[in-house]
Every structure is written in C-alpha cells, then in structure tokens.
Design a protein around this ligand. Structure first.
Ligand SMILES: *[C@@H]1O[C@H](CO)[C@@H](O)[C@H](O)[C@H]1NC(C)=O
Ligand SMILES: *[C@@H]1O[C@H](CO)[C@@H](O)[C@H](O)[C@H]1NC(C)=O
Ligand SMILES: *[C@@H]1O[C@H](CO)[C@@H](O)[C@H](O)[C@H]1NC(C)=O
Length: 463
C-alpha cells in the first residue's frame, strides 16, 4: 500500500474524580489530589481570552444581507453539521492560542478530539455546569439547540467516517469505577450517539489501573500513543474516565515523488538556517494569497479532508499570523475566512517532511480561559446526570491530550499517474507556474471541507 502520509494520532481523556470532602475517611487522598492538579495547572501558562461574540455579529450581518436581497439560498444557511463546525472552530482557535500564547516550538493539537470528548461529558452535566459547557463549546455561538447537540454529533461522526481511501478512526470509551450507579440515559446516549464502549474498571488494580487505559489508547491509536497516563494519575478517587481517540491515516491526492526530496534550507524560528529534507511537486493546488499569508490546500486521496498550509510571508511571522487570527475572531471566523475562496493554481511546491509528537498537554487552564470553570471545581460541579451519588460530588480532575503527526511522501508507484492527472486538470491558458517554498515556520490545519471541522492543527518551526 502506498502511504505517503502517515498521520496523526490523538488521545483525550477526562477523569471525573469523586469529591471526598464530605467523607472524612479519604481526606488525605483528596488533599494529595488537589495538590497534584494545582501543580499541573501551574506548569502551563495562562492567558486571558476575550469572549468571542463576533460570530453572532458576523452571522447576523450575513442573515441581514440575505434578507435584503430576498435571497434565502441554501448557501447562506449552515447545515446542522456545519454549525458543529463553527463550534469546533471556536474551540480550536481559542484553545490553541491559549495553549501557545506565543509559538516557539513544533506543535500538534486535535480540536475535534477535545470537542468530541467534551460533548460526551456535557451529557452528564446539569444546571450552570451544563450552561458553561454549552457556551464554551461554541454551541451557543453556532446556534446548535441544546436538545440537538448529541443528535447532530452522531450525524457528524457518521459522515466523517464515510471517507474512502482514508482511515479516520474515532474511538470513544468510558471506564467507570465498579459500583458507581450510572444513570441509564447517560450510558444509553453515549452508546447510541457516540458509539462509546462503556466498561467497568478496577481502580484498586494492583498492576496499576492506568495500564488498562493506556492499553486501550495504544490499540485505538495503532500503537502510536501508549503512555498517556502515568502511575498515580488514576487513583482511588477516580470515578470515571471518558476518552476519545482520533486516528487518521491518509495519502495525498497528489503524491510527492521521493526522488524529488532533497535537503533544502529552512529558516527556522530558533536556530537560524537549517537543512531539512524537503519534498517537491509540480501540480495544481487550491491556493490563495491573503495579504501576508499564502494558503495551500493539499487534498487527501478519496476524501474531502484536506491539509492546509498557512505560510506567513517572509516579512511577517507565525506569531503575527496567529495574533491576527485571534484579533479577527472578534468579527468573523478567521479559519473560515482564510481557508475559503482558494483558486486552483499550478505550483512548484516545496514542503519539509516533518514529524511532531506533543507532550501530554494539560488542557484545563485553556478550558478555564474558554469559560468552562465549574466543571473543575469540586464544590460547584454538577454532574448529576452521570450518576446518582448522594454525598459525593463528581468533578473533572484531568483533561489531557497527546498527539502525533508524521508527514512524508512514501509511495512512488503512482507518480506517473499523478502527472497525467495534472495535464488533464490544467487550464487552457494557465497562469505562469508559481513557486511556493515552505522554507520558514508555518501553521497547518487538517479539516473536513464539508463540515469545516478542524481535526488537527499545529505549527512547524524547524528541527
Ligand atoms: C442567492 O445567492 C447565491 C449565492 O450567493 C447565488 O448563487 C444565487 O444566484 C442567489 N439567488 C438569487 C435568487 O438571488
Ligand atoms: C437523554 O439525554 C438526551 C440528551 O441530553 C435528552 O435529549 C433526552 O431527553 C434524555 N432522555 C431521557 C429519557 O431523559
Ligand atoms: C509583505 O510582503 C508581501 C508580499 O510578499 C506584501 O504583500 C505585504 O504587503 C508585505 N507586508 C508588509 C507589512 O510589508
């Protein structure tokens, strides 16, 4: 099998710990637990995020324009799945810029994985906790009705999995402490709408309860991630672990020819000019030049997923691009603005091969910036729709993610065929070939074109 792109793996987990403040017996453990969480939180930078009301304004304007012209064509109305896309984009940009207020390293993050796991968790939330989920997950902004969320998510997951020639595997799993009296509706909706596997597990496992969790993750990610939980992450107070793993393996629609790959200079962010193995292809890509950023769309074979390279011009920078995107989010959806309106153009295109593996990222500080707060507060969280626990209160103790991406050009048999494809697709009077060298730090975004759901995003700044 010719695989020129072996891609990305992500794992996300939410752990709900039992608050034992009301139970005197385990008070010592609780103290240890909160010390650990505080320590984790302190390890990450925080940053204030402006509440994003811009899309409402943007959509209202669009609606007004639509009405003025008496034009209610489908184009102006978002499908339910596209509205999840809007919600996903809201979380993607805010969490990413919160995790990385300024870029100084290679990064990989999966907004889709985070969003899916949080939507599953929202099912069990009530009252103010639920309200916070609803608005911070962008559902309010995207006008997804509260009762619609899980039904639309179910459709989204089904349509995303219907890709030919691409393995897009979305696995959900819920591990529940033996004896926790789960609400029937919670496990029913998880099973029917998220195809989640709900299993009991033993937190007092002498072998270490994290081992079975890590084994599940390794299986779901085809062995690419095997160490998401450390010894001690799961302990006697852990009531439940909600997990989502996304695995994507895809081939470029236009394959790079390995014999064209050569060492080329890359103007890295931190250590000057480096020599990096760089792929090259002459083909037609969808392309746009927006002021200070060039955008190139690399399609995947047999699917409507694509990877977008957002390359800041030599006189700009990656940090400037991200700051502008964040600033623009006050009036529009910057991902959507930058990634639409591309036109096909023949490019002589150079892209470094790269592989990025993130650390295990603690997402709680970023989610707090997004407005999700009560869920993490042992005295305020309300997850009464998860389980009937009278004296104990469930709250979220950990939200972690780890992701891996590996971009290369394996598979050379299709090369000749690809070239024929180029000739057929070319225009009668093509504009001159444009040389695009991705030889400086860039942002990449992998998303579905139909629903505009961002599966993965990250930055490459050098080796
Ligand atoms: C409505 O707008 C769409 C896209 O903006 C356009 O293609 C269509 O022709 C318009 N229809 C009418 C009746 O103006
Ligand atoms: C189960 O949960 C779903 C999603 O929150 C909700 O729409 C539905 O009404 C619930 N059903 C029952 C029987 O509580
Ligand atoms: C940077 O260069 C691009 C062309 O490469 C140009 O369009 C843009 O205006 C320049 N921006 C600044 C701030 O000089």
């Amino acid at each position: 099998m010719n695989v020129n792109l072996i891609l990305v793996v992500v794992v996300f987990l939410v752990s709900l710990a039992v608050n034992v403040l009301t139970e005197s017996a385990d008070a010592g453990d609780e103290h240890e637990l909160s010390m650990a969480s505080q320590h984790d939180i302190n390890r990450y930078r925080r940053m204030g995020i402006r509440r994003n009301r811009g899309w409402d304004r943007d959509r209202n304007n669009r609606n007004k324009q639509g009405k003025k012209k008496g034009n209610n064509s489908k184009k102006q109305r978002l499908s339910p799945e596209e509205r999840i896309g809007v919600a996903n984009n809201h979380v993607a940009l805010n969490v990413f810029t919160s995790l990385y207020p300024s870029i100084n390293s290679n990064t990989i993050f999966s907004p889709h994985s985070l969003h899916t796991a949080l939507a599953m968790t929202m099912l069990g939330a009530k009252k103010d906790t639920k309200k916070e989920f609803y608005s911070s997950l962008g559902f309010k902004t995207a006008k997804v009705g509260r009762s619609e969320v899980h039904g639309i998510y179910n459709k989204l997951l089904s349509s995303l999995s219907r890709q030919q020639d691409v393995t897009l595997y979305n696995a959900n799993s819920v591990f529940v402490k033996f004896g926790l009296p789960l609400k029937t509706n919670f496990s029913r909706v998880l099973t029917t709408h998220y195809h989640a596997k709900v299993d009991n597990f033993n937190m007092a496992d002498p072998e270490g309860p994290e081992r079975s969790i890590n084994a599940w993750v390794a299986k779901a990610t085809r062995g690419m991630i095997s160490d998401i939980l450390k010894k001690g992450d799961v302990n006697i107070n852990t009531a439940m672990i909600i997990m989502n793993a996304v695995y994507l393996k895809a081939s470029w629609a236009d394959q790079f020819e390995p014999w064209n790959t050569e060492p080329k200079p890359f103007y890295s962010l931190n250590s000057g000019v480096q020599t990096i193995s760089t792929m090259n292809i002459l083909t037609i890509y969808n392309y746009a030049n927006h002021h200070d950023t060039e955008v190139i769309e690399l399609g995947f074979k047999g699917s409507e997923l694509a990877m977008y390279i957002l390359l800041p011009s030599a006189n700009s920078s990656l940090n400037k691009l991200l700051q502008e995107m964040k600033a623009r989010s006050a009036v529009a959806n910057p991902m959507d603005v930058l990634l639409t309106g591309l036109k096909s153009r023949k490019l002589d295109f150079f892209l470094p091969k790269f592989k990025i593996e993130s650390d295990v990222m603690d997402l709680i500080p970023a989610l707090k910036n997004l407005g999700l707060k009560k869920a993490f507060d042992a005295s305020q969280a309300d997850f009464k729709d998860i389980a009937n626990t009278d004296k104990q209160r469930l709250y979220i103790d950990k939200v972690v993610q780890k992701a891996v991406i590996n971009v290369n050009e394996f598979g050379c048999e299709a090369a000749a065929e690809t070239f024929v494809g180029i000739m057929v697709g070319s225009q009668m009077f093509p504009p001159p070939i444009l040389e695009v060298k991705v030889d400086r730090p860039f942002l990449y975004i992998i998303r579905s074109k139909a629903q505009k759901v961002v599966l993965f995003m990250g930055t490459f700044v050098g080796v």
